[in-house]
Every structure is written in C-alpha cells, then in structure tokens.
Design a protein around this ligand. Structure first.
Ligand SMILES: [Mn+2]
Length: 398
C-alpha cells in the first residue's frame, strides 16, 4: 500500500490581516503534523505554495521549519509552481527550498521541433510523477494541449496547476477539457480553490481546495482549509478530503437602505450573535435611498465586534448601491452599458457645457482598469497615471 497527501494553494503569506495570516499558517502546520502522524510515503503540492514568488522572510523562516519536519520524518515532497509562485524570470523561492533538499520540483520537459512538449517523470519507486507548472492568467492552457508523457508506467500521477472545464460550469474562464490531458491515474490539481473530485474510468481528478481559505468569499464557501489523503491499495485508489477546523466562521448578511441609520441597525443585528473567538464576516447589501456608505461608522462597528471578542472581523459592502447619484434617473430601453453611458454623458454635457466632458468616456474606461494579479501597487499606479495623463494631454505638464 502507498499513502500520499495532496495539497494545493497554500498561499503562505497571503492574508493582509495578521490574525488570518496566522490561521493560514497554522492550518498548513496542522496538515504537516497530520501527514507525519499518518506516516505518508510522500507529499504533493500542486502549486501556489507561496502567495508570491518572493515571500516575506518571516514566512520563509516558518515554512522552512515545517519542511524540515517532513525532511526529518523522511517524507519526500514533490511540487510544481503555481500561478502565484511562478515568476516570468524563472526564479522563485521554490528553488531555494529545493536546493536546501526539502523538496523536488517535478517540472521536467523538452519542447520538440513540432512544438509538442514531452514531459519526463520523477520516479517515486514505481510511481511516475509528472508535473507542469501554472502560469499567470491561464497562460499554461495552450501549452497543456501540446503536452505528452514520454513513457507508460503502472501508476502515473500528473501534477498540474490549471482549470479543467468540469469545474468552471458557466463562468467564462479559460479552461481545458480533462480528456485533452495525457492519461494518468491521479491528476493532482491545484489553482481552483474548491474541493472537487471526479473519476473517469481509472483516472481520478482531484482539487483538494486551498489549505486555508484565501479571501472573504472562500471563508464563506469553504469555512476551513484542508488536503487530500490518498491510498493506493492494489489497483484501487481511495481518496479522502480532510478538513482542518480552526476557528468557526460566522457570516452575517444585513440589508440596509439608509446610510444614516445603518450603523445602529448593524450593531443591533450583530448583537444577536455569539461572536466570541469567531471569524466574523459582515456582508451588507441593499440600495441606499438616504445617505451613502461613507455615513456608516465602521470604526464604531469594529469597536463593538471587538468588545464581543471576535477573533477577526471582515466586511464586504460591494453589494450596496446608492440610489441618489446626483443625476436624474433616466429610463432607457435595455441596451449595452456603453451606449447607455454615452447617452447619459451626452445629456449631461448639454446641460453642463465644459471642455472636460469630452474626456469622460475615455476616463471611465481608464479608471475601470484593474490591478493585475501580483502587480506591484506602484507599477499599477504608474500605468494608471500615464493613461490618465495621455487622455487629459497632461504629459507635458506633469
Ligand atoms: Mn491558488
């Protein structure tokens, strides 16, 4: 019998809030502990071990000491880079971990003259472990269509950090049909932060989910982190998702319509719950007919939640809309958003003639630009500012 653990998406160093960063690491630590207890033969980490290619020193120190425990227990760790710990330069801290002898990166391929990508396995006894890394924004998908294995083995594992079509459903997202991947017995997948498992003939496709939720919504959906424990017994495969409960998550949704009285309403709603030592998630929704979100005293709410001894408090107000925008409400037939915007801007410009209004459509496009995954804030600011300067023809002035 062979027993192994399959982890993915640890995102060590990922949370900004100290309390959650601690839990994120604690969860990873508990998983290592459990794996040593289970006496596994090896561990797989399918990408995004670290939240960035250059994690903070504190995170590295703590991570190395966990990897040392595995090393001392003689448990080999096989891994691939994910979309987060991938770097275009090819240099990441995964290399440092590997050089220290704490893991083996199993990415190993050759590109043929025909452009096809031949993967070579790392052998763990008679188990062949192949790996292909993730890339930024699903760029690995095109390559994965060209990938093949160099030889056939009695048991094959393919570690891959990507999205298969089965998990995305109707969401418009780059994905690959699982049948397009070369044939393996166990697909140790990462990237999609869901617990997902499917089987087709002798092939098992598994996303273990992150080792700890990585954002507000994942805390709501998953509550806890976890990993997959897999046993190969004879020709059969037994897999089990093991979750690591740390702190209870309580998600409270409140509908508000008045920014001026919302603070009191929220506090009296929160007062109905036992928040002690819990991860408290507050989601506000509704249309404000009076006041704005800026009128809500979040510091008062936070103070209240602290008194109720919550472990940590997060809020999400993205579903709150403000009705009164200062513009008159125009009713238009359903058209695409851009046309509606142009009409409104046109009407506004007629009533408020100014040289500035002609820039509005371009400004709106530029300001809806988003920060790229892993882009440094100052790089994004530069990009945004130069865009705005160009539109306003300020380049010479500033
Ligand atoms: Mn991830």
């Amino acid at each position: 019998m062979v027993k192994f653990a399959h982890l993915a998406d640890c995102h060590l160093g990922g949370w900004r809030q100290e309390e959650l960063q601690k839990l994120n690491f604690r969860s990873f630590q508990k998983i290592i502990e459990r794996c040593i207890q289970e006496n596994i033969d090896f561990m797989l980490i399918s990408g995004d071990l670290f939240d960035s290619a250059y994690p903070p020193i504190e995170i590295l120190k703590d991570s190395f000491s966990e990897f040392k425990k595995l090393h001392d227990a003689k448990i080999p760790v096989y891994l691939i880079a994910g979309s987060h710990d991938f770097s275009a330069s090819g240099k990441t801290f995964l290399d440092v971990l590997e050089k220290a002898g704490f893991c083996k990166n199993v990415e190993n391929w050759e590109v043929g003259e025909d452009g096809r990508i031949k993967l070579m396995p790392h052998m763990h006894e008679d188990i062949a472990i192949y790996g292909y890394p993730g890339r930024k924004s699903g760029m690995e998908i095109e390559d994965l269509r060209k990938v093949y294995f160099n030889e056939i083995h009695p048991f094959t594992i393919f570690m891959v950090h990507t999205t298969i079509k089965d998990v995305v459903g109707t969401i418009p997202m780059e994905s690959i049909e699982k049948q397009k991947l070369p044939l393996a017995n166990y697909y140790a997948m990462g990237h999609i932060h869901q617990r997902y498992k499917t089987q087709e003939a002798n092939s098992h496709y598994v996303y273990p989910g992150p080792t700890f939720p990585n954002n507000f919504q994942e805390l709501v959906d998953l509550n806890y982190g976890g990993f997959q424990l897999v046993e190969i017994i004879g020709g059969n495969l037994k897999t089990q998702n093991i979750q690591i409960p740390l702190k209870e998550v309580v998600c409270i949704s409140i509908e508000i319509d008045d920014g001026l009285t919302a603070t009191q309403k929220i506090i009296s709603e929160l007062d109905k719950f036992n928040l002690k030592d819990k991860i408290v998630l507050l989601r506000l929704k509704g249309v404000l007919t009076q006041g704005k979100t800026g009128d809500i005293h979040f510091n008062e709410i936070e103070e209240f939640v602290r008194k109720k001894e919550a472990y940590v408090f997060l809020r999400n107000i993205s579903s709150v809309q403000v009705q009164d925008t200062g513009f008159e409400t125009v009713s238009l037939p359903t058209e695409d958003v851009e046309n509606v915007e142009l009409k409104i801007i046109g009407e506004y410009s007629q009533k408020n003639p100014s040289n500035f209004t002609k820039h509005l459509p371009q400004l709106m496009t530029a300001l809806s630009m988003e920060k790229n995954e892993d882009e440094k804030s100052f790089v994004f600011e530069d990009r945004l500012l130069s865009e705005l300067k160009n539109i306003l023809k300020l380049s010479e002035v500033l």
